[in-house]
Ligand binder design. Structure first.
Ligand code: 9MR
Length: 554
């Protein structure tokens, strides 16, 4: 299946809420282009001249901006017309983000391991048997790709359940952490029906990844150490599987990979958040989470520099050589939950406590801790909480300033777009949303709208990066089950799934390699199932899509 050809007018293909900013981008040079907004009957609603932006490095073209924000009359079938060419039809209506929030959350159910995906919940098209239904995994033992020898361990863990990370079947604690935190943070901000059931499914898996007490191991270098209470980095296939590969057909051996400080702190942070969120909802689960979080914290302090090796085949690395931000994040969550003096000291003594905030990502999690300290009830003095709230607003101001540095007017500027760039943008949108919560100032909401507009079609490819949404939706993400372009018996993606998006930094798959050096950052993308470095899906990308859609809907 292929989407229709892109048009020269680029806008959010689902439309606009009546009170929101309404911006479209049109390709064009120095002379301002005249535009007309027509309703479903073809009647002119408004006319104007576009504002010239000029040459734009991010999109590699010349662009102009159309602003019809003051049109607030609800309706279907609106179109913009420029030089005789019409845009896709769009709506102006309240509540347009509610279905997107619901579907973006449903993604996590689809990604569940260990249980059947039931037709009564997702429809027959997306139902499948359980993948890895009894996952009792042993530790990797032997040589990695670089010939380093790993000792293995004397136990197996039942790690059934949790979410598959992405298009592959790895289950990673680093990355599970930020994805789960983002869902739970949305819930802490405003409860959402069904969210805790989904979140608990991943939390239980993360708890299961904790190394048993009293376990000693020898890392490839160094003496024997006590790793009890740490978390394994991941459970994953020994070798990469081919595409397509429905999870129930995966023939590979599943293995636990060595515990790492970063995974341990991801567990500490999310389990501490769990203890807060489930308190009064399921006290036994909350207590279990709290105990696991405190044990993980102690284990990370005992072993503060055990980094993931990227040298195992069969799964992603998620290796990170700086865990100072994970220490800060975990301390912040533990402090907010317990008020403990040790955690307070770790928070206030961290270089991240007073640092500028940037958009979070799996390797940079300090902002998650700062958000919790700024928004969840905790024992910091009011002056410190106010300062952290100002830091969120200051970050949002920098993102808004970035809108002037690119033609499509999005709150994101980078010389090159990274792997998962859509999530970088949406994580900025989350901070913009929080800045709006803190200040009530409209321009922060407009910034969130700019970000979702881009993701839903206001981009040089005229592409909606979300399946099931817009005139040119994502159709062929890199995914081992939703691979209908490779096997007609398989489904395509369900609605509400986000592509990682343009990647001009690490174009490592074969489709991307052929495009290297030939695309402007926002154009380094193609809707191809093989293009894993541009067109994969992932839990840490759909989580901010959900957060932002839920926020817009609130
Ligand atoms: O999102 C990750 C990105 O930041 C890294 O640059 C990339 C290469 O290491 O890996 C991405 O994560 C992938 C993970 O390793 C395996 N599952 C799919 C993830 C998304 O592509």
């Amino acid at each position: 299946a292929a989407s229709p050809a892109a048009l020269p007018i680029h806008l959010n293909q689902i439309g606009f809420e009546p009170g929101d900013a309404k911006i479209a981008i049109v390709e064009g040079g120095a002379a301002p282009i005249e535009w007309t907004l027509v309703d479903a009957r073809g009647q002119t609603v408004k006319r104007g001249k576009a504002q010239v932006y000029g040459p734009d490095a991010a999109s590699g073209g010349e662009v102009q901006r159309i602003d019809f924000s003051d049109v607030r009359t609800p309706g279907e079938g609106y179109r913009l017309v420029v030089n005789g060419s019409r845009s896709d039809p769009f709506v102006i209506r309240a509540g347009i983000y509610a279905p997107l929030a619901r579907d973006a959350l449903a993604f996590f159910y689809h990604q569940r391991a260990g249980v059947p995906i039931e037709a009564k919940r997702v429809g027959a098209k997306w139902a499948r048997p359980a993948g890895h239904p009894k996952e009792v995994a042993k530790c990797f033992a032997g040589r990695d790709e670089r010939g380093v020898e790993w000792p293995g361990c004397g136990y197996a863990l039942d790690v059934t359940g949790g979410w598959y990370d992405a298009g592959d079947h790895g289950k990673y604690v680093v990355n599970g952490g930020i994805a789960l935190w983002t869902l739970l943070n949305a819930f802490e901000r405003r409860p959402v029906a069904g969210l805790l059931d989904e979140a608990k499914f991943e939390m239980a898996f993360l708890l299961a990844m904790q190394v048993p007490e009293g376990t000693r191991t020898r890392l490839p270098t160094g003496p024997e150490i006590d790793v009890g209470g740490m978390a394994h980095q991941k459970v994953a296939d020994r070798n990469w599987t081919k595409l397509p590969m429905p999870p129930q057909d995966d023939p590979e051996e599943r293995l636990l990979y060595p515990p790492t400080t970063a995974a341990t702190l991801n567990l500490a942070a999310t389990a501490a958040q769990c203890a807060r969120v489930w308190r009064g909802v399921d006290d036994a689960f909350a207590a279990r989470c709290r105990a696991a979080a405190e044990r993980a914290w102690q284990a990370a302090k005992r072993n503060p520099q055990i980094y993931a090796s990227n040298s195992f085949t069969g799964s992603g690395g998620y290796g990170d050589g700086d865990v100072s931000d994970e220490f800060f994040w975990a301390a912040a969550e533990l402090f907010a939950t317990t008020g403990g003096a040790e955690y307070r000291e770790a928070v206030t003594g961290s270089p991240h406590f007073r640092a500028d905030l940037r958009e979070p990502g799996w390797p940079s999690t300090a902002t998650l801790g700062a958000i919790t300290l700024a928004t969840a009830r905790n024992g910091l003095p009011k002056v410190e909480i106010d300062r952290l709230r100002r830091a969120i607003v200051a970050a949002a101001d920098r993102f808004l300033a970035d809108e002037k540095g690119n033609g499509y007017g999005i709150p994101y500027v980078a010389k090159d777009y990274p792997w998962g760039s859509n999530s970088s943008l949406l994580n900025r949108a989350m901070l913009l949303g929080l800045a709006h919560d803190i200040t009530g100032v409209t321009r922060y909401r407009a910034g969130v709208v700019d970000a979702i507009d881009y993701v839903l079609g206001r981009n040089p490819l005229g592409q909606s990066y979300v399946s099931g949404y817009g005139a040119r939706p994502l159709l062929n993400p890199h995914h081992r089950f939703w691979a209908h372009s490779l096997d007609a018996k398989l489904p395509g993606p369900p609605p509400g799934v986000l592509s990682g998006g343009p990647n001009s930094t690490s174009m490592s798959d074969d489709v991307a390699k052929a495009m290297r050096g030939k695309c402007a950052p926002q154009r380094c993308w193609v809707d191809d199932v093989h293009a894993y470095s541009m067109n994969e899906v992932a839990i840490n990308w759909n989580a901010p899509l959900f957060w932002v859609a839920a926020w817009l809907d609130s």
